[in-house]
Design a protein. Sequence first.
Length: 146
Amino acid sequence: MKKIFFSLFALLFLTNVQAQNKSQLEILDKFIVAHNLGTEAAIIDFIKKTYKPSFLKKIDLKKHIAFYDHIIKEFGPLNNKIYEVVEIKPTKFIINLIKKGESVKNKSIKPTEILMVKIDTDKNQPQYLSRGLGLGALACSIRKKG
């Protein structure tokens, strides 16, 4: 009986984790589309569709638009494939992206040319970000650790 209970619990946990990871990938896809479109309308649409409604009410939308716009101008269009997965947890997903036209097989891309994306989803509503995306050059992350 204990084995059955444990198996059911493990199955429910894994199913929940997979659903949350699916939500994280959907958010990532929406971000890449908005980023590559590069318009204010695309950024606003991304924010309104992915930010948790209670968080959305509290933010200064213009500051968030400016932040995403800065990243768009800094990195240019992004490859829609993940370059590297850094961390996967039920509510946290950190990945690296590279510029459009670069090969994900190229492992000698400079850290200044790699965009690190941190997606923190809401535990109870995994289709929403609990806060804005964490974005920055991989080089900055390396400097912080060093």
